[in-house]
Design a protein around this ligand. Sequence first.
Ligand code: FAE
Length: 535
Amino acid sequence: MSKQDDFSRRGFLTATGALLGTAALGAHSPAARAAAPISSGAHVAALVVGTGYGGSVAALRLAEAGVNVHLIEMGQAWDTPGPDGKIFCNTREPDYRSYWLRTRTKAPLNYFLGFPIDRDIPRHAGILDAEEFGGITVYQGRGVGGGSLVNGGMAVTPRRENFAAVLPSVNPDEMYATYYPRANAALGVGTVDPAWFDTTACYQYARVGRKHAQRSGFPFVFVPDVYDWNYMKQEAAGTVPQSALAGEILYGNNHGKKSLQKTYLARATATGRVTVSPLHRVTSVAPAPGGAYTVVIEQLNTTGDTVATKTVTADRVFFAAGSVGTSKLLVKLKATGALPALNGEIGKGWGDNGNVMCGRANHLWDPTGALQSAIPCCGIDNWAAGGAFAEVAPLPTGIETFASFYLSITNNPHRAQFSWNGAAGKVELNWQTAWKQPSIEMAKSIFDKINSKEGTIYRTDLFGVYKIWGDHLTYHPLGGAVLNKATDNYGRLTAYPGLYVIDGALIPGNTTVNPFVTITALAERNIERIIAADL
Ligand code: FAE
């Protein structure tokens, strides 16, 4: 038995033991509790940086192919209840669990009735990172499961006619015949029961959104989601603990949502070949003698301090730290000489998926409901005519707001670049807030018309004092290591055999809809080829 096999076997045994020992802990436990933190000096066959969609797909498929995998995740395992008996806090009462190493919340929608709603919190390795660059705040999930922990679960396959703009070098036939269906099945995607939608109080806001869209002649679509729709029906009936109906979304979901912990990661861990190290952050990857890679990893505590620095060797490294995380690592490693032969496309082609938010003030005879499901289920598709797809989003405040709220995904043409600032010792992004103007114009193609038809106005109290547009943020970072540019057409960093990108960094800035199904499907496509050709 080789040294590597020996290490891998020990990881296998530890993982299996941990899995069996915690199987009764509940839905969130298996993937995370399999963690046997990686040891300094270990040699692993495949090291995956990050546990979001790309990392989870890589882990499952490599493990199924017989490869031992170690997942390194900077965030927490999210498998242990807090003092209130819940793993996650809700949007109305953000506490220490809510934000990644901040002392004050930074809510995406940060004003209400013109008053700021952010509050002080203890610094903690919380679940949502509001990462601030010069011109934009990029929201990302932190923990085992990545963005699946905090997102709305909207699981949207782009329209086929738009796919060439999303991934120009990828064959759409194989994506729509094989990889999108594979991703949707493994993620557990489903759609709300239309009859229930028509009657339940928790989607009154969405029915108002539908009515207004249709009266202005816009196509209204139901949007699939990974939330367990039967569970939501039971929430509404009062027979199970509430989650979507209790304002749980942005800081995690205690029930109902099929995050990656319950899907890909649970399956990956069940193979016995996958080990997870939460609260571990990869800081360097560099060639080691013999064709492997030396990986430097910081172990963190829950207040974000580095408590140990570990050096391990990996035969293959998969960058799955998300668009921002992967781009930051690769840009730094190229500039500082660890991976100098990475090509000149590294860091380029980053976009915000055209995200822009707004609210509309409805008439008093058009209430949107005090009870709102935190899981969106429908949208307005004006992509072809106006360059915008607007999800009808909840405002789960628990009170009647008479507001309709929307997150629009728009065809914004701007792309930004990450670069290394040696003096500051950090990676910067050159996005400018003014670049959101095309997104605002595209969103207005929908909402100006609806306002005109309904005799309504925009809300001006949700993003500041008299500020209509939420144009300072994105939920959907994409690009920075674009497929077939920074990598080959399957995510290989060809200057360094054995290094791969397998997350949202591959996608050139826009998916025309919410991105995680495309990230998952592309990862499925790429890992299949990598396993067949490289392993
Ligand atoms: P991601 O899921 O971000 O995972 C990357 C992981 O790597 C994270 O867990 C990081 O903590 C970890 N990491 C980063 N750097 C390091 C490092 N150096 N060492 C170790 N670990 C590291 O990447 N998308 C949809 O399709 N539908 C939605 O409804 C939706 N709603 C959203 C709502 C919110 C509030 C947010 C923030 C996002 C939403 N998204 C939605 C976007 C979606 O979650 C995102 O595109 C994917 O999670 C990106 O997947 P990746 O695999 O690229």
